[in-house]
Design a protein around this ligand. Structure first.
Ligand code: SF4
Length: 330
């Protein structure tokens, strides 16, 4: 491992200053991803700024009914919180389908969103990878790409985002609170995580020095039917080949509200706006759901090894939406 300087600032302002002062610095919170990547030589910070004791660790309901989840809240604590159980099933189901109990006890909410792709070529420093070493090429493009993206990829990177939580947060229209030297700003989750485009080395729209301090869930995230379903190679401790987060409210037999997001298919959660638009106001019959999901997935561009993901995602979405539309019949 490359030697590095370790800093433990006394405040978030000091942390942002320490991080912003050096281009090669990294924030450390739960450390469940960063430390692994440092051991592999993938992440090579010259300064590590430890913010574990500084990140907000509470879950609070605001005056407007939104819920503010501090970036330091551990995954296990968020999954077990009363607001995330029966009140917001998609949130707890996504959290509990990710990682192991040990990791959920250590990993933070902010870090969950910031975890790096598990593309094997990214983690292998002997291979070309535009995300790790911009301009070096993408070994996955013509390599083993069974677990890679089918939507929104670019010729420079075909990686997927590994977080289950992010997929649920996308469907819940969550926002990310970011703190930096210029103050605090909030960004919709879908504007926080990026598609690779011409800059695959950038996973997010964070500016250097900024850090995630909270996730904001709107009042409408709670008390509505929702679900998360994940398909993976093993029953546990595996990342999604494809996953679906859905919110569906049916009134008088018609879809009154719908949010659908896919995981495991793209460089960020893929919000299925085409399918949503097709279903809103319609009767959620199996045929209507199938047509809407198929219309969304027409944009898919599978790679050599992963055409199966399109069918997998389609079936997951049909099952989850069908279950939410007609509870008790599935
Ligand atoms: Fe690197 Fe992205 Fe290609 Fe993987 S898919 S090797 S992360 S550039």
């Amino acid at each position: 491992m490359k030697p590095f300087r370790y800093v433990r600032p006394a405040s978030l302002a000091e942390a942002a200053e320490a991080h912003g002062a050096r281009p090669g610095s990294a924030y450390l919170a739960g450390g469940t991803n960063l430390v692994d990547l440092m051991k592999l030589g993938v992440e090579r910070p010259d300064t590590v700024v430890d913010v574990a004791r500084l990140l907000p660790g509470g879950i609070e309901t605001t005056a407007g009914g939104a819920v503010r989840v501090g970036a330091g809240v551990r995954g296990a604590d968020l999954a077990a919180h009363p607001l995330a159980g029966a009140r917001c099933p998609v949130l707890s189901q996504a959290l509990l389908s990710g990682a192991s109990a040990q990791l959920r006890n250590a990993a933070t909410t902010g870090g969950n969103l910031l975890q790096r792709t598990r593309c094997g070529y990214f983690q292998d420093v002997s291979k070309p990878c535009n995300k790790r070493a911009p301009g070096s090429g993408c070994a996955a493009l013509d390599g083993v790409n069974r677990e890679h993206a089918v939507l929104g990829h670019s010729p420079l990177c075909v990686a997927t985002h590994p977080s289950d939580l992010a997929v649920a947060l996308s469907a819940l229209d969550a926002e990310v609170e970011v703190t930096g030297a210029d103050g605090v700003r909030t960004v919709p989750l879908d504007g926080f995580l990026r598609l690779p485009g011409e800059q695959p080395e950038r996973d997010t729209t964070l500016r250097h020095g900024e850090l995630v301090t909270a996730v904001l869930l709107p009042p409408g995230a709670f008390g509505v039917p929702s679900a998360y379903r994940k398909a993976r190679d093993r029953a546990s401790y595996a990342f999604a080949l494809a996953s679906v987060a859905a919110v569906l409210e049916v009134r008088d037999g018609r879809v009154a509200r719908i949010a659908l997001a896919f995981g495991g298919l793209a460089h960020r959660p893929w919000r299925a706006r085409v399918a949503q638009q097709r279903l809103l106001g319609e009767r959620p019959t199996p045929d209507a759901v199938r047509a809407a999901v198929d219309a969304e997935l027409e944009a898919a561009r599978p790679l050599r090894d992963n055409a199966f993901k399109v069918l997998l995602a389609r079936n997951l979405a049909r099952e989850v939406l069908g279950r939410l539309a007609a509870p008790g019949q599935h």
